[in-house]
Design a binder for this molecule. Structure first.
Ligand code: PFF
Length: 448
């Protein structure tokens, strides 16, 4: 073990840091609006099936690879298959970390802005707010700075320490909001929409949307779990850890729905408002309620907290690569990577009306993503790249490294893994790559 790399100080610390990566805007902002667009309870059911049968077993593959060779995604692949083109998959992961962070940090900056907007009693004007370049760029800078500050602290002293505080805080804040939302008059209809699956609403599109959301939400496909797994000690039980990470991530998404749908239906609003659900519909709703300024502000505080534990992890992937492979000191390289990411993010920050060129960018076909730069980055890195990465990594672990060796690694520290060994090997070699391949075809619109 390279003592300069750092290690999680405890199993709980690791689980909370990885859960912190998984839990983010994907759970509280993206999950509810995708549920709303895909018909409610039926989507929730399919999503849970995807997490259990694809997300969780795939996560085990990334964690096993990372812990086995204790390197970043590029170094891990190099250690298993030196001087091969497979290393490109590692580079793709590092690049994807920077790519996602560059637009995710912009949205995270908006959430910080809304903490203030709600308190100040100005819940409206979302379109104007995100089109105003100066505040948006400052909030984005603030968020990246905060992220870098924590990653600068290292593994146990920075990421682990802060995740242990922020994730329980998030849980508590959200539990309070569930009670608040479900005591509103008329909220019961929201619960029915959310929890009563109407199976006739399940289509091919529902299934594929659920799969893509599962990858993004569980932070899979870019080697984040390889990186976080590389700081896990050999005595640790990876199987139960992965179980808890997936459970917490799914629970937070589920809780977000328990807050948002009752609140929406209590006000007779439409659940399929799309991406603006959280920034337009909810603030409006809060504003109409007694004490809503404070509740709304707390809500955006928790959204910022959730985003922060994810941006930390997004920055850690390229940083780990530079520390391991380029022998850069963490405390210097963190700031360099953060600055580069910020610069790459500027077009996204200006793409919501501030600048014509980036607002109407439109390099991708319109059926894949909206024309603004941020949406195009979100499609390229948040959807496409994760799915491609997951497809290649499952083949790498299943066939190149070898599913048997990966299974041996998983069995270290978890004796009970052997009960699932055969099933897992089948899944990583055949089932998972096949299913991901189908999502990939769908991204290209093969299924119309
Ligand atoms: N899982 C995060 C979310 O749901 O918001 C986003 C994310 C973080 C994706 C880290 C990928 C990743 F490696």
């Amino acid at each position: 073990m390279d003592s300069n790399r750092g290690q999680w100080s405890s199993k709980v610390g690791f689980i909370l840091a990885a859960a912190g990566s998984a839990i983010g805007l994907g759970n509280i902002w993206r999950f509810p609006y995708i549920v709303g667009e895909n018909g409610g309870g039926a989507f929730v059911l399919i999503y849970i099936i995807m997490v259990v049968f694809i997300g969780l077993p795939y996560m085990l593959a990334e964690l096993a690879l990372g812990r086995s060779v204790q390197r970043n995604p590029v170094g891990s692949i190099e250690a298993i298959k030196p001087k091969s083109a497979w290393k490109g998959v590692g580079y793709l992961g590092v690049l994807t970390g920077v790519g996602i962070l560059s637009f995710y940090g912009v949205i995270a900056g908006w959430t910080v802005g809304y903490i203030y907007k709600m308190l100040a009693g100005r819940p409206g004007g979302f379109a104007g707010f995100i089109a105003d370049p100066i505040p948006v760029l400052i909030l984005f800078a603030f968020f990246i700075f905060l992220t870098a500050l924590i990653v600068n602290g290292g593994i146990s002293g920075g990421i682990e320490r802060w995740s242990k505080i922020l994730i329980p805080l998030l849980f508590i804040l959200m539990l309070g909001l569930i009670i608040y939302a479900n005591t509103l008059k008329g909220s019961g209809k929201g619960l029915i929409f959310y929890l009563n699956p109407d199976l006739s609403k399940i289509t091919g599109k529902t299934i594929l949307a659920a799969l893509g959301q599962a990858f993004f939400s569980l932070s899979l496909g870019m080697g984040l779990m390889i990186t976080y797994g590389s700081y896990v000690s050999k005595q640790e039980n990876i199987m139960t850890s992965a179980f808890y990470i997936s459970l917490f991530d799914t629970l937070i998404a589920f809780i977000a729905g328990l807050i948002i749908f009752p609140a929406l239906f209590a006000n007779g609003l439409n659940p399929s408002a799309g991406a603006k659900l959280v920034f337009v519909v909810l603030p409006d709703l809060f504003a109409k309620m007694p004490g809503g300024a404070l509740v709304g502000s707390v809500f955006f505080l928790l959204l910022s907290v959730a985003a922060l534990t994810s941006t930390i992890s997004l920055l850690e992937v390229p940083v780990a690569y530079m520390v391991d492979e380029k022998k850069q000191p963490r405390k210097k390289i963190v700031w360099v990577v953060a600055l580069v990411t910020y610069i790459i993010g500027i077009p996204s920050a200006l793409s919501q009306g501030a600048n014509h060129f980036f607002t109407d960018f439109g390099w991708l076909p319109s059926r894949l993503a909206s024309a603004d730069f941020l949406s195009e980055m979100s499609f390229l890195f948040g959807d496409f790249s994760l799915v491609v990465g997951a497809f290649l990594l499952s083949i790498f672990v299943g066939w190149v490294w070898g599913a048997e060796k990966a299974a041996d690694e998983l069995a270290l520290g978890s004796a009970n893994f052997n009960r699932f060994r055969k099933v897992w090997i089948f899944m990583i070699r055949f089932f998972i790559p096949a299913v991901i391949f189908i999502i990939l075809l769908n991204l290209f619109g093969i299924f119309g």
